[in-house]
Ligand binder design. Structure first.
Ligand code: ARG
Length: 452
């Protein structure tokens, strides 16, 4: 090849990540070839042992990968043949790099998905711990980033546990759908040699058995796109958490202090405590979404079956996975280290205007139509504003002149603790419910073996 063309064609600088899966796939192939009598048992043994040695040489750096050999598959096979000779030349029987790379990528992606799921569960466990600690901590809930109604911090934190729970489901689904083995699909059209596809599928833990269509199998990268989507959406969720931590750790909000290990100072301003890690959780979203868009764009309009464009799906897949892993690695410690300023939160939650809705609900409880209650409280809020006082500072006589329904007992609905404790329906923020949700999730995590 022309050197510039070879540089464009080579993938070994990124597909080196497939070393482990490539060797595993080839060992399964060799054992299967011997089992069906296409090679001898002695050759299979030599291949399996030889591959072990190749893997070790490459992984330890003892043997450098050669870009002239294009990809990881050719590097491994070439070295195997150097080491064991003739037997090595039999490994590629009834196989193409097309079904080989599809198999390797699926093995890699499934392995990564399982790790990511465990990482998500570690983060969910820390959310549970903080939520339990703060089941009763009050803070304003926001819509449009305007104070709306009082909620509990535990409830707020558990909202992220919900998002991450759905993310977990998406990774687990993607992993499950990738459980068919492409190995044995050949270049595109299978093989006339009597191989045993079910055997390699089983040995490689492809629990759904062999794929059903060779043309699809060698050109399918849906599993990569699915993982990239799960990663992109998780990054979106983490960006929301990151943004709230950035906002909450400002002096203006002052709701939270990030753990020492998750902040950085400024090289110029000695007083600075910058929330870099939270910002990067937010910032990594750009590349995660980019990886998904790249994968979909590369796959678009490809004729059946294999086209070399597919090699370009590898880097976005690796980047999506590695970015997700980086973020998940930092998340449990970041969450565990959050110190919430409960006093500051409580005083923000003490704004009586936040109780307006609860007050209207109290009037409804006593028989007033909701629209009338809404109007009445609206008038009350305006009056308080005009007089420059809070709802709570309006005296009993004044309340009575606005409407006789506004008795002192009714006005107790403005108490934030009472208001939150009353919202006990499923999905609500009441402390008892938060504790029940935490217990439910912890039990789920324990059943999965992801919580003590
Ligand atoms: N490195 C290639 C890829 O990632 C392996 C398959 C090459 N196949 C081929 N027919 N040139 O797609």
């Amino acid at each position: 090849m022309d050197p510039a063309a070879a540089a464009l064609n080579a993938s070994v600088h990124f597909d080196r990540r497939l070393l482990r899966d490539d060797v595993r796939g080839s060992q399964a192939q060799a054992r299967m070839l011997a089992a069906v009598g296409l090679i001898t048992a002695a050759d299979a043994e030599a291949i399996v042992a030889g591959l072990e040695r190749v893997a070790q040489e490459i992984a330890s750096g003892e043997r450098a990968l050669d870009p002239a050999l294009e990809d990881i598959h050719m590097n491994v096979e070439t070295r195997l043949i150097e080491l064991i000779g003739e037997a090595g030349r039999r490994l590629h029987t009834a196989r193409s790099r097309n079904d080989q790379v599809a198999t390797d990528l699926k093995l890699y992606a499934r392995r990564a998905a399982v790790e990511i799921v465990a990482g998500i569960d570690r983060a969910r466990l820390e959310l549970c711990r903080q939520a339990r600690r703060h089941a009763e901590t009050l803070l304003p809930g926001y819509t449009h980033l305007q104070r709306a109604q009082v909620v509990t911090l535990g409830h707020h934190l558990m909202a992220y546990a919900e998002m991450l729970g759905r993310d977990r489901g998406r990774f687990a689904d993607a992993e499950r759908r990738a459980a068919e083995s492409p190995l044995g699909s050949g270049a595109l059209a299978g093989t006339g040699l009597p191989i045993d596809r079910a055997r390699t599928a089983a040995e490689l833990s492809f629990s759904a058995g062999p794929t059903h269509n060779s043309l699809d199998a060698v050109s399918d990268r849906d599993f990569a796109a699915e993982i990239a989507f799960a990663a992109a959406l998780m990054a979106v969720h983490l960006s929301r958490l990151g943004e709230e931590l950035v906002l909450w750790s400002t002096s203006e909000f002052g709701f939270v202090r990030l753990g020492e290990g998750y902040c950085s100072g400024s090289s110029l301003m000695p007083q600075k405590r910058n929330p870099d890690i939270a910002e990067l959780l937010r910032g990594k979203t750009g590349r995660a979404i980019g990886d998904l868009v790249a994968l979909l764009t590369i796959s678009k309009g490809l004729t059946l079956a294999y086209n070399k464009d597919l090699q370009e799906t590898q880097e976005p897949l690796y980047d999506a996975i590695e970015t997700a892993q980086l973020s998940l690695a930092v998340l449990p410690g970041l969450i565990a280290g959050l110190e919430f300023d409960v006093t500051r939160m409580a005083s923000a939650a003490d704004d009586p205007a936040l109780g307006a809705t609860d007050l209207a609900e109290e009037l409804v409880r006593r028989g007033m139509p909701f629209r009338s209650a809404h109007e009445l409280i609206g008038r009350l809020v305006r009056r308080a504003e005009e007089r420059g006082v809070t709802l709570r500072e309006l005296g009993p006589e004044e309340l009575h002149t606005v409407d006789p329904a506004l008795t002192p007992e009714v006005m107790q609905a403005l108490d934030p603790h009472r208001a939150v404790a009353a919202r006990t329906l499923p999905g609500g923020p009441a402390p008892d419910l938060v504790l029940a949700e935490v217990a439910r999730l912890e039990a789920e995590l324990r059943a999965l073996g992801h919580a003590p």
